[in-house]
Design a binder for this molecule. Structure first.
Ligand code: ATR
Length: 279
């Protein structure tokens, strides 16, 4: 019997995870299946689906919106990345225990450093947004050796609060948070990452063009939307390179796959299949 894996979310039909893990399994010769589970909109839906999947012998789950917080809460053990992110995006079921990880941030860092060739060591990084996506990215970016992280958010107090809360965990990386107007003083960044949900509604965060003056890479965490208003703004403002989040999606999947199966898949084929040109 093949080992069973799945991604759980609501809605879930759009998920690319079955395609990605199918390619990984084929390339590495793993005897496994990977399905989608809709956890539904009702209270308790996630817990019921989780229990049923484990009872049926499931080995691991990817978790997407809106269940990442519940997934962490359901775990017996959680990695530091998951605890600091306050959310889990991968679960593993092992000898009656539930282990939780959050690979979104490490997937982002691997995409930036390995696929896009921009090392974060010593870089000044601007993170736009102060929600779950930013929270999950902070520790992996600091661990990669960034010199300084600034969090800018539409609601400045959320950015300031997040910076205060996570600063003690960021291994000496300077972090501060505030509003977009605080960037008007002209501070420039090497890497600017859009972790807001603005692109989903066709908007761009109100980041001043001066922030891109020395920008080697502007990165939008959304994927498959082409050149988003944020990426257009970054290009016009002089960013040397722009990228969307397709590589983050594929790399976080590779991390989960390696954690479950003990084999690291090559991500090239999945990246080639999912990349939508940025026009
Ligand atoms: P996620 O978990 O994906 O990060 P979230 O927790 O809902 O999602 O956070 C969404 C982020 O996008 C927030 O930082 C939000 O700003 P506020 O905290 O001020 O709400 C930001 N955001 C959403 N739409 C935006 C827009 N049109 N312009 C700028 N920021 C936006």
């Amino acid at each position: 019997m093949p080992d069973r894996y799945a991604v759980i979310g609501h809605p879930i039909a759009h998920s690319k995870s079955p395609l990605i893990h199918g390619l990984f399994a084929e390339a590495t010769g793993q005897d496994m299946t990977y399905e989608t589970i809709d956890g539904g909109a009702e209270d308790g839906g996630f817990a019921r689906a989780l229990a049923a999947f484990r009872a049926a012998g499931g080995k691991g789950l990817n978790v997407t919106l809106p269940f990442k917080l519940q997934a962490l809460a359901a775990a017996d053990d959680a990695s530091e990345d998951a605890r600091l992110a306050g959310a889990a995006n991968a679960l593993r079921f092992d000898r009656g225990r539930i282990e939780a990880q959050n690979f979104d941030g490490i997937g982002l860092v691997r995409d930036i450093e390995v696929n896009l060739g921009v090392p974060l060591q010593g870089r000044r990084v601007l993170l736009l947004g102060a929600g779950g996506a930013t929270r999950g990215a902070l520790l992996p970016i600091a661990r990669a050796g960034a010199a300084r992280i600034v969090i800018a958010n539409r609601t400045p107090s959320k950015a300031a609060e997040l910076a205060r809360e996570l600063a003690p965990h960021l291994s000496g990386c300077a972090v501060e948070g505030g509003g977009y107007d605080a960037l008007a003083s002209g501070a420039a960044f090497d890497v600017v990452i859009n972790a807001t949900s603005a692109s989903l509604s066709g908007a761009a965060p109100a980041v001043p063009v001066s922030a891109f003056a020395t920008c080697a890479l502007a990165y939008d965490m959304v994927y498959g939307k082409g050149l988003t208003p944020f990426l257009k703004l970054a290009q016009t403002a002089g960013a040397a390179r722009v990228a969307d989040g397709v590589g983050m999606l594929v790399e976080q999947a590779a991390e989960a796959f390696a954690w479950w199966r003990g084999v690291r898949p090559d991500t090239g084929a999945a990246l080639a299949r999912l990349t939508v040109p940025l026009v």
